[in-house]
Design a protein around this ligand. Structure first.
Ligand SMILES: [Ca+2]
Length: 436
């Protein structure tokens, strides 16, 4: 009798425990570094970088992706893809400082439907104008606290974030948009580092501060944590281009309840993160996204669902650029095919790096040619791979309703409003002065 009672009690406790574990919904946190290129992290560079100890420690207990790409090496289109799960040409946020098409649903809206708080801390860079589906339930602006010139960059307030997270009565999805290591770089000499490295160290400190908050609040056991960068840095062949130093991004994931200390070469894209998080949160229909859920890649080491990932870039709506230089591209993880739609001009943003003649097509074997120097497009041995990738790219462009060069001519050039205002003020001041 006693034994039966004991068994019954044990069963009740067991079912209660499993129920609470199931009922407790996962939280999600994405840390987004700004303009951080992959090789500047120790964990992607044989550990030689001294600036990123917190991120490296996280990576050593995470699943590290070595074949992750953003579709565009620019702030707004990259974030636009992250928050929509849709490539920039199809979500509308193709040009920098641009906005979504009005019917595109985004991360905060999807998660509100699932009963979550959606929190954006720090950098936004995505306009909500004209789109009612881009509305975070909480937005926390960064504050001063960066050494050097505090007017240029800001950081989060640890106490405010701690209070906010401990006050929630719903599960949450939180994104932190750091302002660094984006130029202008922070005070030289920060913890012994200079320029980019000093800024990179600051990002690492920020990440460490978030991990401390999660640890203090005991949130780690129930929170999926993703570390990534929006794209590469403002260095040659990186930001503004579709070369790997620009579009290949560091991505590390820690998943609760899983021991992870591994890396995967699964081919993934920025558009995959939203469907992944929604899949884990219980959304069933993920068919509207260009991205694919990574839950099985992460939890079961399944292969990637992509054979290829794609790139789309425009120089229009970048400050002071007058002419469109559209780039489209595709990578199968090894071969990269780039199509320049206006090769008659040099890339207006990075023309100082271009020495030779621009061509419409560029083909690289990125497994052997990491710098993407040797264009294989006229190599007869690579003819088959060229034709295959070209076919995929053209089919993808069609599926994205890409208007190409003609459509980009319709985007009005953007003037730097801050600079223009300063000039205007100066002109007014001069007039005033001269009338005296
Ligand atoms: Ca950026």
């Amino acid at each position: 009798m006693l034994t039966n009672k004991f068994i019954f009690l044990a069963l009740v406790i067991a079912s209660f425990t499993s129920l609470t574990a199931q009922d407790k919904k996962l939280n999600f946190f994405i840390f987004v570094a700004d303009d951080q290129y992959m090789d500047s992290l120790g964990c992607y560079n044989d550990g030689v970088t001294q600036t990123t100890p917190n991120i490296d420690a996280f990576a050593s207990a995470a699943l590290k992706f070595t074949n992750a790409y953003t579709p565009s090496a620019m702030c707004a289109p990259s974030r636009g893809a992250l928050y929509s799960g849709i490539y920039p040409l199809r979500n509308g946020l193709h040009a920098n400082h641009w906005k979504y098409f009005k019917e595109v649903k985004t991360l905060p809206d999807h998660f509100t439907d699932l009963g979550y708080e959606s929190i954006l801390v720090g950098k936004n860079h995505v306009k909500s104008k004209g789109n009612k589906y881009y509305k975070w339930s909480r937005q926390v602006a960064n504050e001063e606290g960066i050494p050097g010139d505090p007017s240029k960059h800001r950081t989060f307030n640890d106490e405010k974030i701690t209070q906010l997270l401990s006050s929630l009565d719903k599960p949450f999805v939180m994104v932190y948009g750091s302002n660094l290591p984006h130029a202008p770089y922070i005070e030289e000499g920060y913890k012994g580092f200079q320029k980019y490295e000093a800024s990179n160290k600051f990002v690492d400190d920020e990440f460490g501060r978030f991990m401390k908050i999660f640890n203090t609040l005991n949130l780690e056991e129930n929170t999926v944590i993703i570390y990534l960068s929006d794209h590469g840095a403002n260095i040659p062949w990186s930001k503004w281009t579709s070369y790997n130093r620009g579009v290949k991004i560091p991505v590390m994931v820690q998943w609760p309840g899983m021991k992870m200390s591994a890396e995967t070469s699964a081919l993934i894209s920025m558009v995959d993160f939203l469907p992944t998080l929604l899949d884990a949160a219980g959304k069933e229909d993920l068919s509207s996204f260009d991205g694919k859920s990574l839950v099985n890649v992460i939890k079961n080491s399944s292969p990637s669902q992509h054979k290829e990932v794609f790139f789309a870039h425009t120089s229009m709506n970048i400050n002071e650029v007058q002419e469109p230089y559209p780039i489209r591209g595709v990578s199968d993880g090894r071969y990269k095919l780039i199509q320049n739609l206006n090769p008659s001009i040099k890339h207006p943003k990075v023309k100082e790096f271009y020495t030779g003649e621009a061509t419409e097509w560029e083909l690289y074997d990125t497994s052997k040619d990491k710098e993407e120097n040797a264009n294989l497009v006229n190599n007869p041995e690579k003819r088959e791979i060229f034709e295959k990738l070209k076919k995929s790219l053209l089919a993808w462009r069609q599926s994205q309703q890409d208007g190409g060069l003609e459509a980009e001519h319709l985007i009005k050039p953007r003037t730097n409003t801050k600079k223009a205002e300063a000039k205007k003020k100066k002109r007014k001041g001069t007039k005033k002065g001269s009338s005296k």
